[in-house]
Design a binder for this molecule. Structure first.
Ligand code: HEC
Length: 129
């Protein structure tokens, strides 16, 4: 907890260090495909469990920014074939492959974006935001 005092001169305590998000093992994906995946992530209700942008914090649901599927085949196994359904990950039977591909592109690009944000150097004093 922080207490503030008007005119106080104490320094702000250092913020907890955030662990950098590891780089995904898959390369950056096509952005148009990822944009379609963005809508599908909402539409299929993935975000209800995995959080906005897949960045669920805490609980049993993995943060997909930090644990993106290794490749498209793995996403298909988990999402369409229900490989992790015993652990609470819904099976989306009958999801078209084109939707799985768009979701994969979205999840991978969000993981790259989180990686980039977490590894960006702090802004220099006086630089434009
Ligand atoms: C009802 C909640 C729920 C919904 C909805 C859901 N998930 Fe999950 N998902 C989970 C849980 C819980 C796990 C972890 C399972 C485990 O620990 O083995 C998981 C795991 C995953 C994984 C594996 C991550 C890893 O590397 O271990 C992927 C990929 C994934 N979900 C993608 C999706 C996508 C894409 C959607 C939407 C089409 C979706 N999920 C919808 C709960 C959900």
């Amino acid at each position: 907890m922080l207490a503030f005092k008007i005119g106080g001169k104490s320094a702000y305590p250092p913020l907890a260090k955030v662990e950098p998000v590891p780089a995904p093992s898959s390369p950056r994906q096509n952005t148009a495909l990822a944009a379609k995946g963005d809508l599908l992530f909402e539409g299929y209700g993935c975000s209800a469990c995995h959080g906005a942008r897949g960045a669920a914090a805490g609980g049993k649901v993995p943060n997909l920014n930090r644990m993106p599927p290794a490749d498209l085949a793995m996403l298909k196994q988990v999402v369409q074939q229900g490989a992790l359904s015993a652990n609470g990950m819904l099976q989306f039977k009958g999801m078209p492959d084109s939707d799985a591909e768009a979701l994969f592109a979205y999840v991978i690009n969000e993981a790259w974006a989180a990686h980039d944000r977490s590894t960006r150097k702090p802004k220099q004093e006086g630089s434009k935001p």
